[in-house]
Ligand binder design. Structure first.
Ligand SMILES: NC(=O)C1=CN([C@@H]2O[C@H](COP(=O)(O)OP(=O)(O)OC[C@H]3O[C@@H](n4cnc5c(N)ncnc54)[C@H](O)[C@@H]3O)[C@@H](O)[C@H]2O)[C@@H](O)CC1
Ligand SMILES: Nc1ncnc2c1ncn2[C@@H]1O[C@H](COP(=O)(O)OP(=O)(O)O)[C@@H](O)[C@H]1O
Ligand SMILES: [K+]
Length: 492
């Protein structure tokens, strides 16, 4: 801001915002490649030939977010749209934005007594597009009173809700939703993705996300949250070199499955085999080992942890049951890198001294931290950070947003997840994949985030062919997912 004339950034933001609105109103393809990181996200478009004659309503709060909406509204009005503004507080409104809006032929429907006039409500109901400029990054706490009412009205009745910078009422820095908030179909965000647009529950309220570049790039600090793209993952997938042998590729010891949960052994060994482990050493009861060998003849089995050698990393816990705690503790005390899943999480020491990747779902993390599951889901980043700090380990929190948080505070959010993965046993596949990557020498942050990315791509592929895939379908899709990731980046 210091290097530019006053208001220049707002003009860039408003121009980008108006351009996205015009494109949507034209019915042009609004799913620009690379922008919608969640994939899919098709937006139902208002059937208009363009801005001319379209009904646009601005919800205008008291800060610069409202200013963006007013300047964008002015641009759309000049292109023939019928643009009405509902101003939340007439005593606090972006002044130059308001006069530009009025000069361009925009109308204000609210009055000094408050925003909820009959004309304002009517306009929201009939709008092709509602632009949510109530709150941006300056918002604190959820929406109150009139703003909450308008947000609910717009989300329920209006054509398309387009959030300016972020859906008003979400927490921009955490992904939490402290109270009432807008539910947008599209969010046009400026300069950089806000953390809250990437992490549920707030991310869900953002809909399809468009980034408008306003030239902040050179000035942005290191991001608080990273999201790997396909190419980043491809570059991190270990590819066997010329002098590879099974030991150099990594031997994964696996303490998973039990006579009660036999499938977990098959799925997690499979995840590790397809994840590129040089060798998987499965330690478990005789009858489970026999099943493992039948399905995965390449695995090497042992009766228990003590009888495994040359293991380079451990994956502990998926479907392990309650009665092998001593072995889990032995693996955790080995000093080797370790992935800890499911029942293994009950056996964590007070602090871990080895490189560790913990992979709880929300219920497991809630138990670890002695909080409610609902609270973990409402404050994913907070609780994942808390566990990473408490155990000195990397924490991969599974669920609708998979987060990977390292004890030094780095955070990655996975972009490839799909609800199709929410099926019994899919976490076992993930544990195998992550374990293989640890054994190959990736650090826990890379192992967790690369495994989650591959797992998500496999889930998407499986959903595309099996409709409602089982965990076995996800496992079967892993090799194809790896090939497509690596081949697309020319690394094969
Ligand atoms: N900072 C930048 O570089 C740019 C910012 N821009 C816009 O400016 C926005 C930030 O503007 P502001 O800092 O003015 O903040 P906001 O527009 O988010 O609004 C903050 C105002 O709302 C009030 N407020 C906060 N929480 C509230 C609540 N729960 N209920 C009611 N009122 C509440 C505050 O007292 C403050 O007056 C961004 O989101 C973006 O839209 C853009 O113009 C582009 C450049
Ligand atoms: N709603 C969802 N959206 C995206 N991914 C999900 C969702 N629910 C679960 N998942 C993913 O599915 C997998 C389920 O793992 P987990 O809960 O450990 O199941 P299980 O123990 O049965 O294998 C995890 O990778 C998780 O991130
Ligand atoms: K907003």
């Amino acid at each position: 801001m210091a290097t530019l004339p006053d208001g220049a950034l707002m003009q860039r933001a408003a121009a980008g915002l108006a351009a996205v609105c015009a494109r949507i109103l034209r019915g042009a393809d609004n799913a620009s490649p690379g922008m919608d990181w969640r994939g899919g996200g098709q937006v139902t478009r208002p059937a208009r030939g363009g801005p001319y004659g379209a009904r646009v309503v601005l919800l205008v709060g008291s800060g610069d977010n409202g200013g963006d909406a007013l300047w964008a509204g002015a641009r759309l009005a000049r292109r023939g749209a019928r643009v009405d503004a509902v101003v939340l507080r007439h005593d606090r409104v972006h002044e130059s934005g308001l006069s530009a809006f009025l000069d361009a032929g925009g109308r204000v429907l609210s009055d000094d007594d408050g925003p909820l006039t009959p004309a304002a409500e009517q306009a929201v109901r009939k709008a092709d597009i509602v632009l949510d400029g109530i709150l941006g990054i300056g918002g604190k706490g959820g929406l109150r009173d009139d703003a909450a009412y308008l947000a609910a009205l717009a989300s329920a009745d209006a054509g398309l809700v387009i959030a300016v910078d972020l859906p008003s009422g979400i927490d921009a820095d955490t992904g939490e939703t402290p109270g009432a908030h807008v539910r947008a179909d599209v969010t046009v965000t400026f300069g950089t993705h806000k953390v809250g647009l990437l992490i549920d529950p707030a991310a869900e309220a953002a809909g399809h996300i468009e980034l408008v570049d306003i030239g902040l790039g050179p000035y942005l600090p290191r991001p608080a949250v990273e999201m790997l793209e396909h190419g980043d993952v491809a570059a991190r997938i270990p590819v066997p070199g010329r002098h590879a042998d099974k030991y150099r590729r990594g031997v994964l010891g696996m303490l998973a499955g039990s006579t009660r949960y036999r499938g977990a052994a098959l799925l997690s060994v499979g995840g590790a085999v397809h994840g590129g482990a040089g060798m998987v050493r499965y330690a478990g009861p005789r009858e489970v080992s026999a099943m493992v060998l039948e399905r995965w003849p390449e695995a090497v089995t042992a009766p228990d942890v003590e009888h495994t050698d040359r293991v380079q990393a451990w994956a502990v816990g998926s479907g392990l049951g309650d009665d092998r705690g001593d072995e889990a503790e032995a693996a955790l005390a080995s000093g080797l890198p370790v992935l800890v899943d499911a029942d293994g999480l009950r056996h964590l020491p007070a602090e871990l001294t080895c490189p560790a990747l913990l992979t709880p779902h929300a219920g497991e993390l809630a138990r670890m931290l002695d909080v409610d599951r609902g609270d973990v889901e409402a404050r994913r980043l907070h609780h994942a950070r808390e566990a990473a700090r408490r155990w000195g380990a990397t924490v991969l929190l599974k669920g609708s947003t998979t987060l990977v948080v390292s004890p030094d505070g780095r955070v990655r959010v996975n972009s490839t997840g799909t609800p199709a993965l929410a099926t019994a046993g899919s976490g076992d596949v993930l544990a195998g994949l992550g374990g293989a990557l640890l054994a190959a020498g990736l650090d826990p942050l890379d192992a967790g985030s690369v495994a989650a990315h591959i797992h998500g791509v496999a889930g998407q592929v499986a959903a595309g062919t099996a409709g409602q895939p089982a965990a076995s379908d996800v496992l079967d899709a892993v090799p194809g997912a790896m090939v497509s990731l690596v081949a697309a980046h020319d690394l094969l």
